[in-house]
Design a protein around this ligand. Structure first.
Ligand code: GLN
Length: 472
C-alpha cells in the first residue's frame, strides 16, 4: 500500500518519469471504460487535456505546487465557470455557471487537472447516489450495491482509479459514508474551515466541502490546498493550515471509544473496531469509554433542520431567478409549476417537510425544538472532549447496501447516516478511513475531533491507517 500517492506522483512528475498528459489520458480512458458505473455526469476531456499540458509546462519550469498536474474531479454541486454544473437535477440540467467556486479557484490556480463533474444524489439529498436525475451511480466493486452518497461519484471515481482525489460535500455524512462504502478516505473538516462560495446550497448551516482520496496523507494534502476564508462566505474562518505536517505518533493521545454503538452494527464492524482499539493501545494511546448523544435524536434534528434550510435555499429555483425556464408559460404560476416539476421525488419530499415545518400553522416550533436539540448535542460533544482528544467510532453500522434499498426504505438505508450526523450538527471535523471488510465490501472507521482539531484527526488517522493495513 502506497500511502502518500499524491506526493509520490508529484515527485515522478518532477523527475519526468511521467507527464500530466499521460496521467490524464490514463484517467480519461479509465472513465470511458467504466461509463456503466456512472461516476461522472460531465467529463471535460478537452479542458482536462489542456490543463494537463499547461501543468506539464509549469512543472518543467520548476516551482510548481504539489497538486499541479494531478488529475482529479469535483462533485457536480461545486460550480465551475464554463463547465456545466447540475447538482444531479433536471432543474439545472443546462446550467453553465459564470464563475468558479472558491475551492476550484484555488485548485485551478495550483494547476489541478479537472477530469469532470461527478455524479451525486440530487441536490445532495440521499445516502446512496441513487436519486441522480442522470441515472444512479454504482459501487465500483459490485454493481448490485450503492457506492454511498451523496458524494457517490466522487468516492466511486477515486476508488476506481478515475482521478487521484475528488472534492465532495458533506451535510450529514455525504463525504464520510461513500468513503466508507468504497474503501477510501473521506474528510469533512470543521464547519467554516473552507469557504462555501460556489457550493450549491442544501442546508447552509451544515454544508461543508470535503475531500475524498486514497490515503490520509493525500486527504490532508488536498485539504491544505483548499482551506481558507473568503469575504463571500461569512461563516468561513481563516485558520490557515495548522494541521501539517503530522507526526504519526499517538503516544499519550486519549482516544474516546463507544462500544455501546457496536450493538447496532454488523459483527465484522465490531471485530474491526476491537482490533483498532487494541492496535492504538499498543502504540501508546489510552482508551476512554465515552457516551455519545443519542443517534436517533440527532438524526431527527438533522433531518428537520436540513429540510427547513433546503426549503428556503431551493426556493430560488423558480424558473425566473434560477432553474428550468418553461417555454411559453400561460402565467407566472404556470411557469413556477413547470419549473418545480423538474425536481425529483426525494427532493420534493424534503422541501414539503421543510415548508410544512416552517409554515404559519407550525410557527416554526419544530424548527426551534430541533435547533435546541442541536445546541444540546453541541454542548454534550464539548463535554465528551473533556475526557478525550479524538473519538473513534464506526462510520456506518454496515457496509454498502443493495441498490433499491432506499426506495424500499430498508433499515440499512435508513441507518446509513446514524453515526455521521452528530459531528455535522456540532460542526466538528470528522474523517472516515477504511479499516476492514464484510463479505468483501469495505468498512469505515470514523474519527471525530474538537472544532478546528484537524491536527489530532490526521495524526490519529495516519496511525490507524498504518495499523489496520487495509488491503484494497
Ligand atoms: N444522507 C444524508 C441525507 O440524505 C446526508 C446527505 C448529505 O450529507 N448531503 O440528508
Amino acid at each position: 500500500m502506497m500511502y502518500a500517492m499524491i506526493e509520490q506522483t508529484a515527485r515522478r512528475l518532477r523527475e519526468g518519469s511521467v507527464t500530466s498528459r499521460m496521467l490524464t489520458e490514463d484517467a480519461l480512458s479509465r472513465i470511458r471504460e467504466r461509463t456503466a458505473m456512472g461516476a461522472f455526469i460531465t467529463v471535460c476531456e478537452e479542458e482536462a487535456l489542456r490543463m494537463a499540458e499547461e501543468a506539464d509546462r509549469r512543472i518543467a519550469e520548476g516551482n510548481a505546487p504539489l497538486l499541479c498536474g494531478i488529475p482529479m474531479s469535483l462533485k457536480d454541486n461545486i460550480v465551475t465557470a464554463g463547465i456545466r454544473t447540475t447538482a444531479a437535477s433536471r432543474m439545472l440540467a443546462d446550467f453553465v455557471p459564470p464563475y468558479d467556486a472558491f475551492v476550484w479557484e484555488k485548485l485551478r490556480a495550483q494547476g489541478a487537472v479537472l477530469l469532470g463533474k461527478t455524479n451525486m444524489d440530487e441536490f445532495a439529498m440521499g445516502a446512496g447516489g441513487e436519486t441522480s436525475a442522470f441515472g444512479a451511480c454504482r459501487h465500483p466493486q459490485d454493481d448490485r450495491f450503492v457506492p454511498g452518497g451523496s458524494s457517490a461519484g466522487s468516492a466511486a471515481a477515486v476508488a476506481d482509479g478515475q482521478g487521484m482525489y475528488s472534492l465532495g460535500s458533506d451535510t450529514g455524512g455525504s463525504v464520510r459514508v461513500p468513503a466508507a462504502y468504497c474503501g477510501i478516505v473521506g474528510v469533512k473538516p470543521t464547519y467554516g474551515r473552507i469557504s462555501r462560495r460556489g457550493l450549491i446550497a442544501f442546508a447552509s448551516s451544515l454544508d461543508q466541502i470535503g475531500v475524498l482520496a486514497c490515503s490520509v496523507a493525500d486527504s490532508a494534502a488536498v485539504l491544505a490546498a483548499v482551506v481558507g476564508s473568503d469575504i463571500l462566505d461569512s461563516t468561513s474562518a481563516d485558520r490557515g493550515v495548522d494541521f501539517l505536517p503530522f507526526s504519526g505518533d499517538v503516544r499519550g493521545m486519549r482516544i474516546g471509544v463507544c462500544p455501546a454503538l457496536y450493538e447496532k452494527c454488523d459483527p465484522a464492524i465490531t471485530e474491526m473496531m476491537r482490533c483498532a482499539e487494541t492496535e492504538m493501545k499498543t502504540r501508546g494511546a489510552s482508551l476512554t469509554e465515552i457516551t455519545l448523544p443519542d443517534a436517533d435524536r440527532a438524526y431527527a434534528a438533522y433531518y428537520l433542520i436540513s429540510a427547513c434550510e433546503a426549503s428556503s435555499n431551493l426556493a430560488r429555483y423558480d424558473g425566473i431567478r434560477y432553474g428550468y425556464a418553461a417555454e411559453n408559460p400561460a402565467d407566472t404560476a404556470d411557469m413556477f409549476r413547470r419549473a418545480r416539476a423538474c425536481l425529483g421525488d426525494e427532493v420534493k419530499r424534503r422541501l414539503l417537510a421543510g415548508a410544512c415545518a416552517l409554515s404559519a400553522d407550525e410557527r416554526g416550533e419544530a424548527y426551534d425544538r430541533a435547533s435546541r436539540t442541536r445546541r444540546v448535542i453541541t454542548e454534550e460533544m464539548r463535554t465528551v472532549f473533556d475526557s478525550c482528544d479524538v473519538i473513534m467510532i464506526p462510520t456506518t453500522p454496515s457496509s454498502a447496501y443493495p441498490v433499491g434499498a432506499m426506495a424500499a426504505q430498508t433499515l440499512a438505508y435508513r441507518q446509513s447516516d446514524a453515526f455521521t450526523t452528530i459531528p455535522s450538527l456540532a460542526g466538528l471535523p470528522a474523517l472516515s478511513l477504511p479499516g476492514g471488510k464484510s463479505d468483501g465490501m469495505p468498512l469505515g472507521i470514523q474519527l471525530i475531533a474538537p472544532a478546528f482539531g484537524e491536527s489530532f484527526l490526521f495524526r490519529c488517522a495516519e496511525v490507524v491507517e498504518e495499523a489496520m493495513a487495509y488491503e484494497h
